[in-house]
Design a protein around this ligand. Structure first.
Ligand code: HEC
Ligand code: HEC
Ligand code: HEC
Length: 131
């Protein structure tokens, strides 16, 4: 066997191993829920539970992370309720048209008091009311 073939085989083996390793450890945010509580509790409402997975299987990443301007880091977004009612962020869809509207406070503000912003649930999604 030539040296070149051996190197190529080794490379392929490394790639295959890597692919398996990545498949075994999906990024936590892939399925988890995101809690948004930058302002909610300070303003007297419960934290927001956003089920990433539920939304991700319905919409492309770029809809939210490019067109709507959601930064890809839990807790990085400064979302005001007035913006949502104005049709920004969650309000682009939660407008009684694409999805139920911003008047359904409890469906979004479903988190237990005291929850900090961040990722919850690891590999699973539990949706509103579970955290
Ligand atoms: C579609 C989801 C959704 C619905 C429905 C919703 N909210 Fe919010 N709301 C959010 C998100 C997301 C934030 C930002 C959370 C944070 O960072 O704390 C927020 C933030 C807030 C805040 C704090 C920020 C600010 O602007 O003062 C208040 C108060 C609030 N919501 C009240 C309400 C009330 C009252 C209702 C019902 C009339 C409601 N929300 C319905 C998603 C929603
Ligand atoms: C319906 C809107 C929506 C869609 C679609 C969506 N995301 Fe997100 N994503 C969010 C929101 C909201 C957050 C939380 C932002 C915050 O906490 O301020 C988030 C957070 C994230 C984070 C940060 C997680 C962390 O650990 O901090 C990553 C990474 C991410 N999204 C990747 C993706 C990818 C990749 C896709 C497509 C496969 C996608 N998102 C689709 C709304 C969406
Ligand atoms: C790109 C459109 C889009 C955006 C942006 C969006 N949603 Fe949704 N959301 C939907 C649709 C569609 C449904 C399904 C509605 C139905 O079943 O009637 C839904 C359902 C939900 C549900 C209930 C279902 C579940 O199990 O999670 C919650 C809670 C929710 N959204 C919260 C949010 C919050 C909070 C934000 C902003 C951080 C947000 N959504 C942004 C489209 C969107």
């Amino acid at each position: 066997m030539s040296r070149k073939t051996m190197t190529r085989r080794r490379l392929i083996r490394i790639c295959v191993t890597l692919a398996f390793a990545l498949a075994a450890f999906p990024a936590p945010a892939e399925y988890a829920d995101v809690v948004l509580n930058k302002r909610s509790e300070k303003e007297g409402v419960r934290p927001v539970v956003f089920s990433h997975w539920f939304h991700r299987i319905r919409f492309r990443c770029k809809v939210c992370h490019f067109e709507l301007g959601f930064k890809m880091r839990a807790g990085a977004n400064d979302v005001l309720m007035a913006d949502i009612i104005d049709g920004k962020f969650c309000g682009m869809c939660h407008n009684n048209n694409i999805a139920w509207g911003a008047d359904r406070c409890d469906l979004c503000h479903s988190g237990r008091p005291g929850l900090k912003s961040g990722i919850y649930g690891g590999h699973q999604t539990l949706g509103p009311g579970r955290w």
